[in-house]
Design a protein. Structure first.
Length: 261
């Protein structure tokens, strides 16, 4: 028997172990949306819970400390603010509920829209840029946003649903280029990086598949989560933090105009 032969059972175990490491790493980065983690890895939510518990993580504890992500730069914040300003210029606000800490504010600009659903202890944002739930225990989370302002790192630690950081094609390309150059296989790696290679590197699963297919030629395997961070701040998340801040300012301005004689 060839000792190098990998049995189907061994291969399945290896895939399961890698999935468990990826899920644990995502949780520690602050990605605490069980449904999204399950969908990303094509498993059920029970499997995600089991993987987290096997890594010593309590999946019911959404307040556990988050590994510090790369600090966001002023330039990135400015780009996110400009993207929001471009998408929302001239937006209108409709106050659909405002009752003792419970608020529903609806915003529209052309075909773009977003809703703020505030409740004691938290806030849900949903719209055409996705859905996010923040919970920091504050009786009035609007006051928390007024105090902190647009602070993506802080608000990422309060996420109950949604993703603050997502797969970065650019970070993957930079990492692979550096690895290939150090091994003297840069020209071969450029075939993987080429837009004509048949793989959509915009998605993590496709990037993994591209490297797996090129392993015999490059000798480079996809890194473990603890070795290289190939995630970065999610553009929809940054847009949403700006949308919350702008929505609260609009709400405050409307309240001032109502009370001013």
């Amino acid at each position: 028997m060839n000792d190098r032969t990998t049995s189907p059972l061994t291969a399945r175990r290896a895939v399961a172990e890698q999935r468990a490491r990826d899920i644990a790493a995502a949780w520690q980065r602050g990605d605490r949306d069980i449904r999204a983690l399950a969908a990303r890895h094509s498993v059920g939510r029970d499997t995600v819970h089991a993987d987290l518990r096997a890594a010593g993580i309590d999946p019911t504890d959404r307040t556990a400390p988050v590994d510090e992500p790369r600090m966001i730069t002023t330039a990135e914040l400015d780009r996110a603010q400009q993207a929001f300003a471009r998408d929302s210029a001239g937006f209108t606000m409709d106050v659909r509920m405002d009752n003792a800490g419970y608020r529903h504010l609806h915003f529209e600009q052309g075909k773009s829209w977003w809703d703020l659903h505030a409740f004691p202890g938290g806030l849900m944002v949903r719209g055409d840029h996705g859905a996010f739930v923040f919970a920091n225990g504050s009786p009035d989370i609007f006051s928390s946003f007024r105090f902190s302002g647009v602070d993506p790192a802080y608000w990422a630690q309060t996420l109950d649903a949604g993703t603050a950081r997502s797969w970065s094609e650019q970070r993957f390309r930079d990492w692979l280029t550096e690895e290939a150059e150090s091994l003297g296989v840069l020209e071969r790696a450029r075939k993987v990086l080429s837009e004509n290679n048949g793989y959509d590197l915009e998605h993590e699963a496709s990037a993994r598949w591209a490297l797996a297919n090129a392993y015999d030629e490059l000798g480079i395997a996809f890194p473990d989560p603890g070795e290289v961070d190939l995630y970065d701040w999610d553009e929809y998340y940054l847009w949403t933090v700006h949308a919350i801040s702008a929505g609260i300012r609009a709400y405050d301005q409307a309240a001032t105009e109502t009370t001013t004689p």
